[in-house]
Design a protein around this ligand. Structure first.
Ligand SMILES: C[S@@+](CC[C@H](N)C(=O)[O-])C[C@H]1O[C@@H](n2cnc3c(N)ncnc32)[C@H](O)[C@@H]1O
Length: 254
């Protein structure tokens, strides 16, 4: 799955309205009750262009980011040249082995990265990666597409238009559900218009997203030595409801 290579260069423009600062503060809020001490070392699975990592670094955390897309990693590296708190690597989170000599205090995986792991094998391998890299008592925080929300309020075609000085990006996302696999294939059509000469580039890609239910995640986490400590409707401290689409889990390594 290297589909993100195609539109990596437009990723930051497409998500320029995403509130990464607030999301990092939220993750800090989830970490707070666990009283982590000293310099906190984070491994970020599916770090994309490094937007969360950059903010964590400014707050004094050390972050190692890994992503499947070489282009995303290149952008993350270029944006953060010279920042000694940050390192980025191309890699698959289902098989990744860090070269760090010490284990991590926290592992994060944000903006649905876990939902990209669309088979039991991939999710199992991802949780093994987490188990291998976390310190005892370390925390794993990830968000995902929440099954009850997806089934109660099924996905529909969505349009998104964003622009900067030189480019206009128009994305159409068309969902196709497979209720027997608990997945949604999201077909993206992206038209990029160069505003100076009106030249257009068309990108098409499919992202397969799996929605999960709490009992199956608890089971799979537990099988990998991870206890589910809490789960919330994303960006709140409330229990998910059947209209929650995005849920976050805090798990702790035994
Ligand atoms: C929606 S983006 C989120 C990126 C970033 N976390 C953010 O919040 O901007 C999903 C990312 O997950 C990465 N990804 C999906 N499956 C992966 C895997 N098996 N190994 C590494 N990265 C993966 C993609 O390359 C993409 O960068």
């Amino acid at each position: 799955m290297d589909s993100f290579n195609l539109y990596a260069k437009y990723y930051d423009l497409l998500y320029k309205d995403k509130d990464y600062d607030n999301e990092v503060s939220y993750i800090e809020q989830l970490l707070k009750p666990h009283n982590l001490q000293g310099n906190i070392k984070i491994l970020e699975l599916g770090c994309g262009t490094g937007n969360h990592a950059q903010i964590f670094s400014k707050k004094g955390y050390e972050v190692e980011g890994v992503d499947l897309s070489s282009q995303m990693i290149e952008i993350a590296k270029n944006k953060n040249k010279g920042d000694k708190n940050l390192s980025f690597f191309e890699g698959d989170i289902t098989t990744y082995k860090s070269s760090s000599k010490t284990k991590f205090d926290v592992i994060i995986s944000l903006f649905h990265v876990v939902s990209y792991q669309d088979t039991n094998q991939k999710i199992q391998n991802t949780f093994q990666t987490v188990q291998h890299h976390l310190k005892e008592g370390g925390l794993f925080i990830f968000d995902f597409w929440y099954g009850p929300g997806v089934l109660t309020d099924p996905p529909v075609v969505k349009e998104k238009k964003l622009e900067d000085k030189t480019l206009l990006v128009h994305r159409t996302a068309t969902p196709v559900s497979d209720v027997n696999k608990n997945t949604v294939n999201v077909l993206f059509d992206i038209i990029i218009t160069d505003k100076e000469n009106n030249k257009k580039e068309l990108i098409e890609e499919t992202h397969t997203m799996r929605y999960f239910f709490i009992p199956e995640l608890k089971y799979m986490l537990d099988e990998n030595g991870l206890d589910t400590e809490a789960y919330y409707h994303w960006m709140t401290l409330n229990k998910p409801t059947k209209s929650s689409w995005n849920v976050v889990v805090v798990a702790k390594k035994r």
